[in-house]
Write a protein that binds this ligand. Structure first.
Ligand SMILES: Cc1cc2nc3c(=O)[nH]c(=O)nc-3n(C[C@H](O)[C@H](O)[C@H](O)COP(=O)(O)O)c2cc1C
Length: 182
């Protein structure tokens, strides 16, 4: 996909794939990032075009873990970190029957947790490494929250289920006219 992609993401944070998240540990992560950046450099030479490389992390990582990831990302020349994937936490929704289901939780219950990871990453990463904030964005105000926490770009998924693709234009227009945030 290298010649076609605007950027490429390595997702090491899905809770639905056995042992995938162990690649977020410093040893495994470093080996993966070394291999990915070597491949990127070879492809950049072949195509004469450097495609940015991002890694996508989970929200269920403690502060030391976030700092260790930031350290490896900076050392290996990764261009961006996407924060975050879905959470395995059920905090705040334990009273709901659906909270007993397996798998990653997305949307509103994830929002604050993902924003906190963005803020911690911003403190730990050099300014040149972009942060793509994602988790519970369903409005211009939600997007602004991620940007204020230090994200350079934002993504959303779950809100599209409820609001459809028009939401994207609404948020972009909302961000462009700061007086009318909602
Ligand atoms: C049904 C579903 C499938 C997902 N599949 C992927 C995936 O294949 N790869 C990935 O990196 N993230 C995946 N995600 C995570 C989302 O891309 C996003 O990081 C997360 O849902 C938080 O954003 P949101 O609250 O806007 O949905 C998935 C999320 C959901 C709900």
């Amino acid at each position: 996909m290298y010649p076609y992609a605007s950027f490429v993401t390595a997702n090491v944070s899905s809770p639905n794939t056995k042992d995938l998240r162990s690649l977020q540990q410093p040893g495994g992560l470093d080996a993966l990032l070394a291999a990915l950046t070597a491949e990127r450099d070879a492809l950049a030479k072949r195509y004469g075009n450097r495609v940015p490389l991002a890694i996508k992390i989970a929200p269920d990582i403690d502060d030391a873990g976030i700092e260790a990831i930031a350290d490896r990302v900076a050392a290996r020349g990764i261009d961006a970190v996407i924060a975050t994937n879905t959470t395995v936490s059920r905090e705040g929704i334990g009273h709901l029957p659906a909270s007993r289901e397996q798998g990653g939780l997305s949307g509103a219950p994830l929002k604050a947790l993902a924003t906190a990871v963005v803020a911690k990453l911003r403190r730990a990463l050099p300014a040149g490494v972009a942060i793509i904030g994602v988790g519970g964005i369903a409005s211009t105000a939600d997007a602004r929250e991620k940007l204020d926490a230090g994200a350079n770009l934002v993504q959303l998924y779950t809100a599209l289920v409820y609001r459809g693709p028009r939401l994207v234009g609404e948020i972009v227009r909302g961000l462009a006219s700061p007086g009318r945030i909602r």
